[in-house]
Design a protein around this ligand. Structure first.
Ligand SMILES: [Zn+2]
Length: 299
């Protein structure tokens, strides 16, 4: 719309050039007042709003909004504290308590399959424990080692070797006190806690899931105390009395005669000379495998 003869005389046209600019050529460029725009056809206004310089301003506005939105999203994603605290955050739940350990004495595995558990007591021993580990590795077998705390303190490297070989540990007291079941409860507590500390000092953080009473001398109080400390009382099914050194043949025969699906077999890698036990194990491992037995941990 061209300025008509109604333009007030003396009005500086350049002073109001900023409001709306028509699509006319540069020689016809002129300014219009808001009142002028109000009376223009709507299509003309829409066209002008989508052209320079307004199109630049819209672009800058949209880009600014997008940038702010992106910054806000980044803030909430990277800093959860900045977000409105949820109910769970405001009142965190206590960690779930682990299931209590059963105080029921394990005498055999709960299976009718050909699975047995080997257990070795009274170690670790610097000569016999490595030989037992070598044989287990040769037959890809696992076993549970019921270690005495005082021995673990003497041979922490052997405790680590046993754990690193994939075997499990069992607490067998600090001093192998065979009268522990008759001691007062505080003394039993101390013995169990100290023995576990001795094993964990050698193998940091290792789980100790079992406790075995020295000599198999149990009481209900001893079983319950072991469970309270997170250890399942571990007994046995087959005892070839290898600790009495009856001869390799007798150890082998006793195991072959007594083993059944689910048996827990008691042997010793410490507490004295154990060459007969190692020799018997050398015969028993291939025999068990030939008989279709698999070796597992007590459960
Ligand atoms: Zn023992």
């Amino acid at each position: 719309m061209r300025d008509g003869p109604n333009t007030p005389p003396g009005r500086d046209q350049s002073a109001c050039r900023c409001e709306f600019v028509s699509r006319a050529g540069p020689d016809e460029l002129r300014s219009e007042t808001l009142r002028d725009a109000a009376v223009r056809p709507e299509a003309t206004v829409r066209r002008q709003v989508l052209e320079p310089p307004y199109i630049y301003r819209w672009t800058v506005l949209f880009l600014s909004i997008a940038l702010m939105a992106a910054v806000l999203v980044q803030l909430f994603e990277s800093d959860p504290e900045a977000a409105e605290p949820t109910h769970a955050q405001a009142r965190p739940r206590p960690a779930a308590k682990p299931d209590p350990v059963s105080a029921k004495l394990i005498k055999r595995l709960p299976t009718n399959d050909r699975v047995v558990a080997l257990t070795f007591d009274d170690g670790p021993h610097p000569v016999h424990t490595p030989r037992v580990l070598d044989l287990l590795a040769e037959y890809d077998a696992v076993a549970t080692f019921c270690m005495v705390g005082s021995q673990a303190r003497r041979h922490p490297d052997l405790v680590r070797d046993v754990v690193d070989a994939g075997m499990r540990l069992c607490n067998h007291t600090v001093r192998h006190d065979s009268r522990l079941a008759r001691r007062p409860l505080p003394a039993i507590d101390r013995e169990l806690v100290q023995a576990s500390d001795d094993l964990r000092a050698a193998a940091d953080g290792v789980p100790i899931g079992y406790f075995r009473a020295p000599g198999g001398n149990w009481s209900r109080q001893l079983e319950r105390t072991a469970a309270r400390h997170g250890m399942r009382p571990l007994g046995w099914t087959v005892d070839p009395r290898d600790w009495s050194r009856p001869g390799t043949a007798k150890i082998v025969a006793a195991v072959r005669r007594g083993v059944r699906p689910g048996s827990v077999i008691l042997l010793h890698d410490g507490g004295g000379e154990r060459d007969q036990t190692v020799a018997a194990l050398e015969k028993l491992l291939p025999w068990l495998i030939d008989e279709g037995y698999r070796l597992d941990f007590p459960a």
